[in-house]
Design a protein around this ligand. Structure first.
Ligand SMILES: *Cc1c(COP(=O)(O)O)cnc(C)c1O
Length: 387
């Protein structure tokens, strides 16, 4: 049996996979088991932010694997310390908790909001408002916080205390606000929801409401963070800072890591014994993340992301089949005039291009290290498919 057949025989059927076995890759070029070549416009859903097998990242990871691969959190490790110091300095957040995925980071964020509130106001103030069409993860609490009915099936009973407000509607948010609310949790661009961008005015107003009512503003930057939109965190472009923010996908450069960052207000919420993770802050993942941060923060790198995004967007706009482009920077949603995004994705695979979909849009999350040649090669395939 081949890789696909074995996987299909033994894995739980969680994923509707595409029949393609990724075997070997470098930067934005991947080869399948048969040696067929693909240009990558998806970066493993935004995780391979420095492309595949980036040299400095691979060196950092391999050196760490051979030095000290795991330490339990009863002890300290240097890669953890280095990552946290760099991330705090680069983002302005005071403290963080290191976990292993976006969902875990969001679980931590929900716990921080609830404990902040219970420490001050008691038990009856634990409601989290999140937005309709959001996506926050696959654990039970993050599913409960995800504002899409399709995710609220089968796994009853779900954790309670989750309420949804329409995205970009202050009116609906005001209507849902009551004395039980301890946190408001938003994505600045709803990624899985279809690359839908939140309005600047709306986000600023949400920040103000949270300040006035001592509600914790949680910004889920699991997909938008890590340089994807041309800044380390997208909230920088909104001119605000969350009380709690989460990062995952890109920051690991392809290894599992999730980070929940808190500002001064929340810095003392988590106390010994109230949160934890066996693998969280794993030194190999942290050493990789340090290498990712070093490259993202190198002078000129994030500017180059914006330049690449501008080039890609200007070329995509010229395609008559593309009626609308959404997103910011290298997080791109494409609305198609008559073609089905899922069909186009499958055709693109056949033609040697990896792309994603989000709802009814094509979604591009290219590695931020993509070269002009790689962009042009991918664009040529898209141009032909969308002709
Ligand atoms: C991917 C994603 C998550 C979940 O991350 P996992 O690492 O899959 O748990 C949460 N929030 C957003 C916005 C995401 O894009």
């Amino acid at each position: 049996m081949n890789t696909i057949e074995i996987t299909e025989q033994y894995s739980m059927k969680a994923f509707g996979r595409i029949p393609l076995t990724e075997a070997k890759a470098k930067n934005c070029i991947c080869f399948d088991e048969n040696g067929k070549k693909y240009i990558d416009f998806g970066s493993g859903i935004g995780c391979n932010v420095l492309g595949w097998c980036n040299e400095a990242w691979a060196d950092a990871v391999c050196n760490q694997v051979r030095t000290l691969q795991h330490a339990c959190n009863y002890y300290y490790t240097k890669p953890q310390a280095e990552l946290m110091e760099k991330l705090a300095k680069a983002t302005g957040f005071k403290r963080m908790f290191l976990g292993n995925s976006g969902a875990e980071a969001n679980e931590c964020a929900i716990k921080v909001a609830r404990k902040y509130s219970s420490d001050r106001y008691g038990k009856e103030r634990g409601t989290i408002i999140s937005l309709v069409n959001s996506f926050h993860g696959r654990t039970l609490a993050t599913l409960a916080a995800t504002g899409q009915d399709v995710f609220h099936q089968y796994f009853y009973p779900f954790p309670t205390g989750h309420v949804f407000a329409e995205a970009n509607s202050l009116e609906d948010l005001q209507a849902k606000l009551d004395d039980s609310v301890c946190g408001i949790m938003i994505e600045l661009i709803q990624g899985e929801g279809g690359v839908c961008v939140m309005d600047q005015e709306y986000v600023k107003a949400v920040r103000k409401i949270c300040d006035e009512k001592d509600i914790i503003l949680i910004i889920d930057e699991v997909q938008t963070g890590g340089g994807r939109t041309g800044t380390l965190l997208l909230q920088e472009q909104y001119g605000i800072q969350a009380d709690v923010t989460t990062m995952a996908k890109a920051i690991g450069g392809g290894l599992p890591i999730g980070v929940c960052l808190v500002n001064e207000k929340c810095e003392d919420v988590i106390t010994p014994g109230t949160h934890g993770s066996t693998f969280g802050g794993n030194p190999v993942a942290c050493a990789g993340a340090v290498a990712v941060l070093d490259q993202l923060l190198a002078p000129g790198f994030l500017d180059s992301v914006m330049e690449k995004a501008a080039y890609l967007r200007s070329e995509l706009e010229k395609m008559p089949e593309v009626t609308e482009l959404s997103g910011i920077g290298m997080m791109i949603g494409m609305t198609l005039k008559s073609k089905d995004a899922h069909d186009v994705m499958l055709q693109a695979n056949d033609a040697g291009l990896l792309v994603l979909t989000a709802k009814n849009k094509l979604r591009l999350l290219p590695p931020l290290t993509i070269t002009k040649e790689e962009m042009d090669a991918g664009l040529a395939i898209l141009r032909q498919l969308l002709a």
